[in-house]
Structures are given as C-alpha cells and as structure tokens.
Design a protein around this ligand. Structure first.
Ligand code: MCA
Ligand code: AMP
Length: 500
C-alpha cells in the first residue's frame, strides 16, 4: 500500500459511498480499484513514474478522483487543468510543467487533441486507462512532489505551485480537525478542480474522513438548490460570488420553495466561505435568510488554509479569525519589522508544514517569496480583538474575481498583442457579485481608432471567461508617475466619474 495517507485511509471505509456522480454512488472500494487500474495503465510496464508530470482535463466527477489518485499511486505529479482554459492557457501549463502525458474523457479530447499533437504530448483516454490490467504500484514516500497548481501573481504568466504528499496531508489534517469533519458528512462539489478550495478543502477533506462528495461538472444554481431542498448535504463550501448568487435566487423564489431551500441550508452543520473577501452585508443577509452563520476563512494556493473563524465560538463578519492549528502567522510592516499587538497593519507571513515546496522550476521566485523561512503572502491584515481582518493586497496587479486570482500583467500582455493596441493598463474594479471585475484602459494609434467589439472577440480566444475585461476605456494617454510608469490606482479612477 502506498505511503499516501489519504489513499491508505480509504480501505478503512471501503464500503462507504465516496462519490455520488450523476446520481450513481461509488464506494471507496470502487475508487481504490479504479485508481489502481488507472495508475497501472500510466505505469505501462515501468515500476514508478518518478514524479513525471501528468496533466488531466476532467470536470468534477468520479473520473476526476480516479485520475488524481491514479497519478499519485503511480508515483506521478498531478497537474489538473482548468476546464475553462483557452488553448494558449492550456499550452502554457503543458509546456511549463513539462508534462509527459495528458488525460481527458472522450467528450473533452477534442479540446486537447490538436495541442497535444503539436507539443508531442501523448493524450490518453480516461475510459481506456480504466480498463488496464492491475500491475504492482510503487510505495510513494510523503516527501515526494504530488501536485502542481497554476496560480497568478505579480509575474505575467501563471507559476506552478508545487506541493508534496506531506504538505497536502498537513493541509487536509488541519481542516478535518478544525472543522470537525465526520464520516456521515455529505458535501456538494461544484468548485473548479484546479484550485486548492475544491481539491483540498472539499474533495480531499471529505475523502479523508470517509464522507460523501456529490460531484457536479461546474456550479449549477438550480441543480444545487434542488439538492439543498432535498436535505442532501450537511456541509457546504463556496466562494462569496456563489453566496451572492444564492441570495438573489432565494429572494426571487416563491415562498413555499424558498422555505424548503432555506430549511435545507438551515439544517446543515457547517457552511464555509472563502477565496475572497465576504462582505459583512452578505454574511448578515445569509444569516437572515437561512439562520446560518457562515464560517469565513483565509487561504492561498501556496499555504492551503491559514486563518479561520472557529467551528464553535464567535464567527465575526468581516474577519477571518485566528491561525489554524499547526499554522504560524505573523504580520510584518513595510520596514520589515514584525508587528506586535493589535491594531497595526502588516503583511501576512506564514510558516508551517502545509506550506508549498517551491514554484516549479523558478528557484529565483521561490527564494524571493520567503524571508527567514516565512512565506510572504502579499496580503495585508490587522489583528483586532483577537481576530485577523484582511485589508487588501500589497500589489494592485492582483485581481480577485469570482474567487479566481488574476494577474493584471498577464491580461495586459495579451491585450498588447492586438495590433491596434499601443499600450494598456488592467485594474480590478469593485463589484457586488464578482468582488472585482476586470477593466482595461487602452491607448491606440490605429488610424481608424480602436474597434472594442473586435478587441473583445479577439480576447475571447486567448483569455478565460473570468479574465476578460468587462469594462474597456480608450484613453489618449495614461497618467504616469515621474519614472514614466503607469499609475494603476489613478487608472482605476479613470473608470469612475466622467470618461475622458
Ligand atoms: C464569469 N462571468 C464573469 C466572470 N466570470 N463576469 C465578470 N467577472 C467574472 N469573473 C460571466 C460570464 O462571462 C457569463 O456571462 C456569466 O458571467 C456566467 O458565467 P459562468 O461561468 O456560467 O458563471 P458561473 O457559473 O455563475 O460562475 C461563477 C462561479 C465561478 C461559480 C462563481 O466563477 C467559480 O466557480 N468560481 C470559484 C473559483 C474558485 O474556486 N476559486 C478558488 C481559488 P454571459 O452570461 O454574458 O455569457 S482560491 C483558492 O483556492 C484559495 C486557496 C482559497 O483561499 O480558497
Ligand atoms: P489563490 O492564489 O487563488 O490561492 O488566492 C489566494 C488569495 O485569495 C489570497 O492571497 C487572498 O488575497 C485571497 N483570499 C482568500 N481568502 C480570503 C478571504 N477570506 N478574504 C479575503 N481574501 C481572501
């Protein structure tokens, strides 16, 4: 049996239902059997993949878990791909991670086929891989690399965040303990499965605990509300944008249905929000509609979860609570001094066994991200009455929209490739539903001016839907500082008030 604790534990609850997918229930025993077959197929005769990167484009489903566990059991590194990614975005991940194979179910093969053919990456069919005869699987030690997730930051292209089996185990164990996960828990999984929120907080915590995950290929408001009204779940985790959408739906519902749905939410033992700031008003409206007090927590791809309101005790709107067990948190001011006591803001820095190993093949960036062994998050916070409150980010170039972290620089780089764009500056604008929406100010010296519809259509092929600028502004020139650099906060001002 492998040294991967999540998988080792599965045989302890073999007959329990691990995953419900499209109305069909799969036990942990079935998951172990299917992932062993998939792992054997990936091995194809060798004894251990030895940390070869295997990419997969699989929506939330039994197949997703089978592939993830199969890659791990064969000694590979899992590289989950976004089902919303465009071809240039997929190409960046496949080449940067230097993958040796890719997997997709039959329905998604066409999305990867031309790209894999061009890059010379063998593309395997998930169904075919599941039919493989079982072969001996290697023992995978915990200190080995397990997964690479791509995250945006203050570099223009997303970087690969490498976790090991040990860092993932630590992230899971911390949350299972702090949030009281139980084997009779049932949770829906509709979040994207190329990010920590869906992969660790929902999927892996549930499977560690012998609980049941009901998978959906993406968030579907009506399907979610129907199942909530059925009383199908005991735990629920989502980003603030989803709670805003649920509030709108509840408020628009006819009273009898609203009562059934609200009762479904009310009877859950835990509802969590995270990935972006939960406005206090949303927190309070949710309590008014469902009686639930949302538990807000703070995390990051590089660290898993760091701060959390408590399972038992005060859940304070607008705050993210205290450090989770095993996570060390400190605030550091602009001068590099550790902030002592309450009321003084500083950058959140994190240390602990859940912190990632490295940025994939970017030792320079990895080194620059740590100071004395502490990871620099780039988020500002303050301690108030014993709880941390997030104040915002150090960089204006990081945007959070719908729970996705986006790099303004990446979007600018893409827009600048358009022949009619001379220069551009991208900012996030506050938005009730999305937290922030992407906005782009562009300058052009094209003789006929800039056709914004054309620019939008052009961008759709290159940027995921959530990275697309929702507001464009064509300007004569940008406000710049004395060094000639575009001043982002000033560019943000251009979007309010009268347009130039
Ligand atoms: C989509 N639309 C948007 C955006 N995204 N408009 C503005 N800003 C956006 N960001 C538009 C689409 O173009 C479309 O427009 C309409 O909204 C519906 O799009 P659709 O994709 O169907 O929206 P949805 O299904 O309602 O998706 C919203 C969502 C999704 C469910 C909130 O964005 C989502 O799953 N977000 C979660 C991301 C996540 O899990 N992040 C975790 C990473 P039109 O109708 O005109 O075509 S953070 C993390 O992991 C750390 C560790 C942490 O702390 O958790
Ligand atoms: P990601 O890089 O996708 O893992 O996103 C992590 C970022 O999301 C953090 O650095 C924060 O900026 C933000 N974030 C996560 N949870 C919260 C929260 N509860 N409140 C405010 N921001 C959050």
């Amino acid at each position: 049996m492998s040294g991967i604790e999540l998988i080792r534990r599965a045989s302890g609850h073999a007959e329990a239902v691990a995953v419900v997918d499209g109305g069909r229930a799969y036990t942990y025993a079935e998951l172990l059997e299917a992932s062993a077959a998939l792992g054997s197929s990936l091995l194809g005769g060798v004894s251990d993949l030895g940390e070869a990167r295997v990419a997969f484009l699989v929506p939330g489903s039994f197949a997703y878990v089978t592939v993830q566990w199969g890659v791990w059991r064969a000694g590979g590194v899992a590289v989950p791909l976004s089902t919303a990614a465009t071809e240039p975005e997929l190409e960046h991940v496949l080449t940067d991670a230097d993958v040796t194979a890719a997997l997709a179910p039959a329905a998604l093969r066409p999305r990867l086929e031309p790209l894999c053919a061009r890059l010379g990456v063998p593309l395997r069919d998930v169904g075919g891989a599941l039919a493989a005869p079982a072969a001996p699987l290697p023992v995978v030690s915990e200190d080995r690399r397990a997964m690479i997730l791509y995250t945006s930051g203050t570099t223009s292209r997303p970087k690969g965040v490498v976790s090991t089996h040990a860092t993932i185990r630590s992230q899971i164990a911390t949350l299972v303990d702090a949030w009281g996960w139980r084997s009779d828990d049932r949770i829906p999984l509709f979040l994207p499965l190329h990010h920590v929120h869906g992969i660790v907080n929902v999927l892996s915590c549930a499977l560690w605990s012998g609980a049941t995950v009901e998978t959906f290929p993406a968030f579907d408001l009506d399907a979610t509300l129907d199942r909530v009204a059925d009383g199908a779940y005991s735990v629920f985790m989502a980003v603030p944008t989803i709670y805003v959408k649920l509030i709108r739906a509840l408020e628009a519902m006819e009273p009898a249905r609203r009562e059934r749905v609200a009762e479904g939410f009310r009877s859950m033992r835990l509802m969590v929000s995270g990935s972006a700031a939960l406005p206090a008003a949303v927190h309070e409206t949710w309590t008014r509609l469902t009686g639930q007090r949302l538990l807000e927590r703070y995390g990051m791809t590089e660290i898993g979860m760091g701060l959390s309101n408590p399972l038992v005790g005060e859940r304070r709107p607008g705050a993210v609570g205290r450090p989770l067990p095993g996570v060390e948190i400190r605030l550091v001011d602009e001068g590099g001094t550790v902030v002592a006591g309450e009321g003084r803001p500083g950058e959140i820095q994190v240390r602990g066994p859940g912190v990632f190993r490295e940025y994939w093949r970017r030792p320079d960036v990895t080194e620059a991200s740590f100071v004395d062994g502490w990871f620099r998050t780039g988020d500002m916070a303050v301690l108030e009455d014993g709880y941390y409150r997030i104040l915002g980010r150090l960089s204006v170039d990081i945007i959070k929209s719908g729970g996705y972290k986006l790099s303004a620089l990446e979007i600018e780089d893409v827009l600048r490739q358009h022949p009619a764009v001379r220069d551009c500056a991208v900012v996030g604008l506050p938005d009730e539903t999305w937290g922030e929406v992407v906005a782009a100010a562009v300058t052009s010296d094209a003789p006929g001016g800039l056709d914004l519809d054309d620019l939008r259509t052009w961008a759709v092929d290159r940027l995921s839907s959530y990275k697309l600028p929702r507001r464009f502004l064509v300007v004569g020139d940008f406000p710049r500082n004395a060094m000639g650099k575009v001043q982002k906060p000033r560019v943000r001002d251009l979007f309010s008030g009268d347009m130039p």
